[in-house]
Design a protein around this ligand. Sequence first.
Ligand code: BG6
Length: 493
Amino acid sequence: MTTSAAFPADFLWGGATAANQIEGAAQEGGKGLSTSDFARFVPPMADGSVIDFTFDATSHQVEAALVGEDDPQTLYPKRHGIDFYHRFRDDIALFGELGFGVFRMSISWARIFPTGFEEEPNEEGLAFYDQVFDELLARGIRPLVTLSHYEMPIEISRRLDGWLSRETIGLFERFARTVFERYADKVKMWITFNEMNMNLTSVYTGAGVFPDRVAGRELQAAYQATHHQFLAAAKVVAMGHEMMPDAQIGCMICRLETYAATCKPEDVMRATHEDNLNLFYPDVQVRGEYPTYMNRYFAEKGITIVTEPGDDDILRAGTADFISISYYMTYLAEDRPDADDISGSLVSKLKNPHLELSAWGWPVDPVGLRIALNKLWGRYGKPLYVVENGLGAVDTVAEDGAIHDDYRIDYLRKHLLQVREAIADGVDVRGYTWWGPIDLVSCSTSQMTKRYGFIHVDQDDYGRGTLARTKKDSFAWYQRVIATNGAALDSDD
Ligand code: BG6
């Protein structure tokens, strides 16, 4: 039997973003402040390049949010984004030029319900997304919309401790019902939550919970908040299916593919354990129930999830239609006394000698993407989308204004070749959206210098610049890959 290494004719090519990293206009159009509007800039290291990647910035976010600190706005780059709010027409024109078939974006909850508690939505916010969707559709680009991507109205965090409260589920349902009703004709592909598993890394970013409110019980809080997000996701999927029978509604995880550091069985068992902790999220959202391996984990960690009668039915009634992943790197697991401490960090302290690191210390592992896709397909048999994959790098603008980002092309080519291999392996991968087709504000550090785009945005870390958009070398390259449905991957240029 032969298999051809090719992308299916209807493969969806595109790019991915999140509202809080591109829109700006934090207090325009009736929008309320979001948790992400309090994310502060994390200055680069003295040498300007390598950042010790950490979510420690969270504590600053919290202080700022709680005391309403009046710092200069430049310290909060997400409030400005890349001004997509005012420039979306030009940006979408560039996505059209790239040949996108899909554009992943999120809706800012606080643009629709400024505090989260209003009975009626903010019409100006709804009208903004109408225009964005119309612009995309006019260019033949399907919107893939994430309902919750690392932000919520800050008032919900202040009054209810974000997702720690069960009450937040109802507020989220109202938000989801509103946007489903409004955009049912325009949006046929939805994702409920972005990377729920990152609640463990930052309960503020993922669940809107101020860490000092849960000091000493972070793990318990993260899993309790996650339980509420699971219920919210399931309710919204069930509701969405009823309201939009032709729509697909999926879940999304940050896939943490974990290798055993050695072939020692104990290391392999440790890797299996860590893998389970990551697959827990699609296990619940696709299979509709908590997996049994979590019972032991919760017991050993002293975690008790507060539930209500009927929760099991809710989870069963709203399972995801597809699985989407972000994929940036792989991790190593080793059976050692401090294994729990090192496994929680986003960039594992164990270094894989076979992999190179990005400027931000993220191990680059294209084959790991094929492994991840094979594993998810084997475990769930659900359609898969790679909705985030990308390289944050420092770009240099040449004197003539050109940006020669061959390193980005190299990264993209290698990862796409592995997606194609996975498809040849029989995995049902339906789409690929590069993270950050246009430079945007980094989620973790709020930097602009950590650039992902094919399109350069003239703005520095302090918000200075003209915001002009320029095509990098990778623009024409990805354009050719899309135009040839991947065939250009085999050519040398
Ligand atoms: C993903 C997030 O985890 O990683 C994105 O969903 C984020 O929001 C991306 O931007 C890259 O991370 P960073 O910190 O480099 O922006």
